[in-house]
Design a binder for this molecule. Structure first.
Ligand code: AKB
Length: 318
């Protein structure tokens, strides 16, 4: 990777991935791509180049790629699972139309491309425990349908045109920097904010709802590690199961209570979120990622909770 474009650089993953890539490859080599109304701010703005790179506008992306001599694109533009259900056509336009634009630019300008898939690419008929790498993918959400399409279209561009496409199926990503917006796994971020502010948390999912989760530093490390991996070792490409930890609401609550014993939580089930969460794996088998490119997470629930609470206390002045 010489010069990198991050599309969606001001979003939950993009804001941290851009900074991590700049620290590894040099500030001037990583372009923060954004859309109007979501301009980079603060250190993200000041530390390196930025350009408008709306995923729905292929010509604009091509211009940025030419101008900065880009060879690697991280395409993070997407509507998350819950919000996508209220705007399915927009979700498709961004997730699939946008991906097509990125892949065409990558083909024409010889770029490698990373576009994440998700645990959302699975559905009710998928085996839920130790979900295999290659298994049934019949999701019931537009988010899931667009993520399965992401995987297939990315493989298609690799097989037909030789575009170096690579991807992971991200679990719910937990971070203290930029909040997620409109996902089913967002509760596992929100709960930390409530705990640190000393407020009662109302959990939208019922006890026992297991889902895979990952701490942001591990998620960033995975994306970069995969893009740097030896291509000859990759039997799979789009997209690798990525596991780190799996927990239900009561487990993360108990973990936080070890640090904040007075923390309270009650349940008020959100039917849409519950329905989506029930269709996703309890825990994935990520042995292909471990074997093919050496994936190994650093954080478990206990280590993540200690770090999240410490960082959020500083952020919220608590
Ligand atoms: C969501 O909940 O929609 C996302 C995801 C798991 O892909 N965080």
């Amino acid at each position: 990777m010489k010069n990198i474009l991050v599309i969606g650089a001001t979003g939950q993953i993009g804001s941290e991935l851009t900074m991590e890539l700049r620290s590894r490859y040099g500030d001037s080599h990583v372009v923060a791509g954004y859309i109007r109304g979501a301009e980079p701010k603060g250190v993200l703005k000041d530390s390196g180049p930025a350009a408008i790179a709306d995923v729905t506008d292929g010509d604009a992306i091509a211009e940025v790629v030419k101008k900065y001599d880009i060879d690697t694109i991280y395409n993070l533009a997407a509507l998350l699972s819950v919000v996508a259900e209220s705007m399915p056509r927009l979700a498709w336009k961004i997730g699939v139309g946008g991906l097509w634009n990125v892949l065409e630019v990558a083909r024409e300008h010889h770029c490698a491309a990373f576009t994440p898939s998700s645990i959302g690419s699975f559905g009710l008929s998928t085996p839920h425990v130790m979900t295999p790498q290659d298994t049934i993918q019949r999701p019931g959400t537009i988010y899931g349908v667009s993520k399965v399409t992401t995987e297939l279209l990315s493989d298609y561009y690799f097989n037909k045109y030789g575009v170096d496409t690579r991807s992971v199926r991200f679990p719910g990503i937990i971070s203290y920097v930029t909040p997620p917006g409109g996902g089913t796994t967002d509760y596992a971020v929100d709960i930390y904010y409530y705990a640190v502010r000393g407020e009662k948390f109302v959990c939208p999912l019922q006890p026992g709802t297991l889902m895979d989760m990952i701490y942001m530093p591990d998620a960033l490390h995975a994306a970069i590690m995969l893009m740097e991996a030896d291509a000859s070792k990759l039997l799979h490409r789009n997209a690798f199961n990525l596991a780190s930890m799996s927990f239900a609401p009561e487990t993360i609550y108990e973990e936080i209570k070890k640090h904040i014993p007075q923390f309270e939580m009650e349940y008020q089930i959100d039917p849409l979120k519950q329905h989506i969460a029930d269709s996703w794996p309890d825990c994935m088998d990520d042995s292909c990622a471990r074997l093919e490119w050496g994936w190994q997470p650093k954080y478990d629930l206990a280590a993540m909770t200690t770090d999240m609470l410490e960082k959020l206390k500083l952020k919220l002045n608590k």
